[in-house]
Design a protein around this ligand. Structure first.
Ligand SMILES: [Zn+2]
Ligand SMILES: [Zn+2]
Length: 121
């Protein structure tokens, strides 16, 4: 018997069990892809630029989930506080300053990501 087989028999490889599925996100998600890390920042940036984004109606733009929810952040907007609207279905007050500021923040974040990808390529 080769030594490697003996070793494998006496020292079984311990496979760590996967931890519990975490519903709690590590951070607020991107409004476009709902992921906290955009895998295609250029696409997200495009969606943010061509569509109308305003306060999420589920969390009123706070990004937090309702009390008692398993998730820390709002399920509707992944914590970004922004959801996509059709221009004619915008909330009565239009896009709030809060939503505009958050939207601008995401645009800056994505532009930076897109720029760094372009440099690395
Ligand atoms: Zn994204
Ligand atoms: Zn929300």
């Amino acid at each position: 018997m080769p030594a490697s087989v003996v070793l494998a028999l006496v020292a079984p490889v311990s496979v760590p069990l996967p931890g519990p599925v975490r519903l709690v996100r590590s951070g607020r998600g991107c409004p476009a892809c709902l992921d906290s890390y955009c895998f295609n920042p250029a696409e997200c940036l495009h969606f943010l630029m061509v569509n109308v984004w305003a306060d999420c109606d589920q969390c009123d733009g706070s990004g937090w989930s309702e009390e008692g929810s398993l998730s820390l952040f709002c399920e509707g907007c992944a914590g970004s506080g922004l959801v996509e609207y059709w221009p004619y279905s915008l909330p009565a007050g239009g896009v709030s300053d809060r939503a505009k500021a958050r939207h601008a923040g995401h645009v800056v974040r994505l532009r930076t990501r897109v720029a760094s990808v372009a440099v690395a390529a």
